[in-house]
Design a protein around this ligand. Sequence first.
Ligand code: C2O
Ligand code: CU
Length: 537
Amino acid sequence: MFKILKPLPSSNGPVTRCYNLELVIKELAPDGVKRPVWTVNKQYPAPIIQANYGDRLLINVTNKLGEPSTIHWHGIFQTGTNFYDGVPGVTQCPIPNLQNFLYNFTVNQYGTFWYHSHFAGQLADGLKGPLIIHNPKDPYLKEYDFEYVLTLSDWYHMTSVDIHPILLSPNYKGNDPIPNSGEISGIGQFNCSTASRDSCNPNNGIATYTVKKGKKYRFRIINISAATHFIFSIDEHPLTIIEVDGHLIKPPVTLNTIPIHTAQRYSIILNANKSIKNYYIRAKQTICTPINNQTINYNSSVNYENVMGILKYEDANVKAPASKPYPFNASEECRDVNPNILKPYDIKPPQCVTHNIRIMVSFGKLATTGSIAFIDNSSFVANANYPTNRRIINGINTHTFPQYENTYTYDRYSINAIYCNDAAVDLYITANTSNSHPFHMHGHSFFVVYNGENQTGLELPDPSKFNLVNPAFRDTVTVLGNSTTVIRYRLDNPGVWLMHCHMHWHLIKGMALQLIELPSKIKNMTVPEDVFAFCAS
Ligand code: C2O
Ligand code: CU
């Protein structure tokens, strides 16, 4: 459970903030059932990291997991440095067991972010926590009195160490593993009568957020799931969205239910102006891939409908809530909030597109490259001993990476040699699968200029239908099945940026692509000594 966030002590301008994260495996029971959990400082979810806009973060990670690890700062652009993005084989060599590594970067962003391991299945096994960047001049500060962090997550009784070999076996005929429970802020309920284990605690408690009547609360909601999409609501309380994935919106948008996919974030303002009682917080898990009886944990007793928490008014009696849920809206399942209503606070998409890149997303196909198009594949392997960015600095021709490393290179000039001062990339992501995928890009947020709504088949959308005025600006977008989503971002951040489906079970199958942005600029970077110290070659 997360406590009320206290404002950070005031400072005159940016400061350096130091954190120590010790990665360690510990037996915990987030939903009442004990299992080994990959933790930070023995905590799950990992502790909240906080800073102010402009601060420098020095985060010392000590790895005591007994296996390698890296940490990625989800949504942080890492502008000017590609070495602290935490992707093994792409931006760094993994931190070996019993070694420590200092992540060192400045945050010129503010909003709701999170951090997680990017190594093997450690994210699914618990290694993840909130990263909150405040802005003492946030224009919405006056709109609320207090703030809270709330995480949503799926939870599995099998560790990824047990799941991966089954999932990745060529004979596996099932689909994405089914969770055993869902959690609000790391607390889940599991029906112990179905437990095949001796250690099941039927009174595990429930995430409870206390509010005072008449006050307003900013809730920073983060979906830290391995793979699950949720529809979030708080009974009888409309939720006013002010921030999406680390970017303010204007005007705020008030909804009763908010669909939120893996890795996405929303800040909402809740007005505690209802009668003094208790109300349910609800997160309905939506399973976005079909289940068959070969699927790992297909007979799970997970309660999809009722992942619950409690919103408790101060002085309300201790009775269980009798509050009314908002009606369920099937059209929100496995989708995002409409990107056209989440208008950025004060930014507009760039208009001069120098590169159109096409990505086809599918399962089980081999990579093929073309002049513009790139076909995604299901066999992504990075070189853990010689990260991509370092090879570029050492002078490799970026068009000669092996196919299984799945790279796509683009530089200042497009093949048509168009020149713009404010150059942009249009990335067309086509899901050649029946289900949707939450795609995340490192190094950038992007405008969702087209979300594939009402589109059928795999033909490319008509650019006249793009929203080039005020589309959502975010870092994770749900690409609908059998359709194309188009995102636009500035060509301004040299680095090797991973672009991948954030459903862990898809990422581990290889649904990932390395975007090599502005290699002519990457070449002039210098690898810090501590970054290549872990590399064998
Ligand atoms: Cu949450 Cu590759 O990222
Ligand atoms: Cu996916």
